[in-house]
Design a protein around this ligand. Structure first.
Ligand code: MN
Length: 252
């Protein structure tokens, strides 16, 4: 078995190192990760400059690009043969609800799914200065073993979030919830008095965080597993849009 590993926290991130340690006994690993923290990079590809690929260990590489760049490069140049699985993480911090639209961790896995490979994004819902990734890494290895046996439907991936303390956890299949709106931009002044803006922290869970959601599972101390798909078509909207068109959208 050959696993491609990536992340969005950078090639030296403790969560990635824990994952490498946990998966090495199971498979041949190729690691291709960003040279620095690219959290929030989503599925972006770097198109305005060339990318540099540097080897940092026998089977480990860093790229001065995004998580999606890393997986794209890995699948087209670095990996000898096609990997059997793409695993991304372990992210320091959860990726729940609409986080998945911004997350570089999920994007690295999604790039694998777009290439037709089974893929898992793994995150740890801890905001400790030095999170303990050991239990999540051991849990991720269990998922890899199960995927090796059972596979995943093409174009789908698993978004897995471990609670900060998983000592009493069950594993629950969930749907994505929703956060409250975030606080928006934080305005500050630069040393010259000109305004600068920080994107603020994400909103608190709660808009849609009841039983069945990923938020509820993790806040209850359980491991959340949400199947995601790369096909964003809103199938429920197909007929409604077709009826708009029949009634003449765009007529003056
Ligand atoms: Mn991250």
């Amino acid at each position: 078995m050959h696993i491609l590993l990536s992340n969005d926290d950078g090639y030296r991130a403790p969560g990635l190192l824990a994952l490498i340690e946990a998966l090495r006994p199971l498979a041949r690993l190729t690691v291709v990760a960003p040279e620095r923290n690219r959290s929030g990079a989503s599925n972006s590809l770097t198109l305005d400059r060339p990318l540099h690929l540097r080897q940092v260990d026998v089977d480990s590489f860093m790229v001065d690009g995004t998580p999606a760049d890393c997986v794209y490069l890995a699948l087209s140049t670095v990996c000898e043969g096609r990997p059997d699985l793409v695993v991304s993480g372990i992210n320091a911090g959860e990726n729940l609800g609409e986080d998945v639209l911004y997350s570089g961790t999920v994007a690295a896995a999604m790039e694998g799914a777009l290439a037709g490979l089974p893929a898992i994004a793994v995150s740890l819902a801890s905001h400790a200065a030095e999170p303990d990734f050991a239990a999540a890494a051991a849990g991720a290895a269990q998922f890899v073993r199960r995927l090796r046996e059972a596979g995943l439907p093409r174009g789908s991936l698993l978004n897995v979030n471990f609670p900060a303390d998983s000592s009493a956890s069950q594993t629950i299949v969930t749907r994505l919830g929703r956060r409250h709106r975030d606080a928006g931009c934080i305005r500050q002044a630069d040393p010259h008095g000109r305004p600068v803006y920080w994107i603020g922290p994400s909103g608190s869970p709660g808009f849609d965080a009841g039983p069945g959601t990923d938020f509820h599972a993790v806040s209850s101390g359980h491991v959340s597993v949400t199947p995601l798909q790369t096909d964003l078509t809103a199938y429920a909207g197909l007929e409604e849009v077709a009826s708009w068109l029949r009634e003449g959208v765009g007529r003056a």
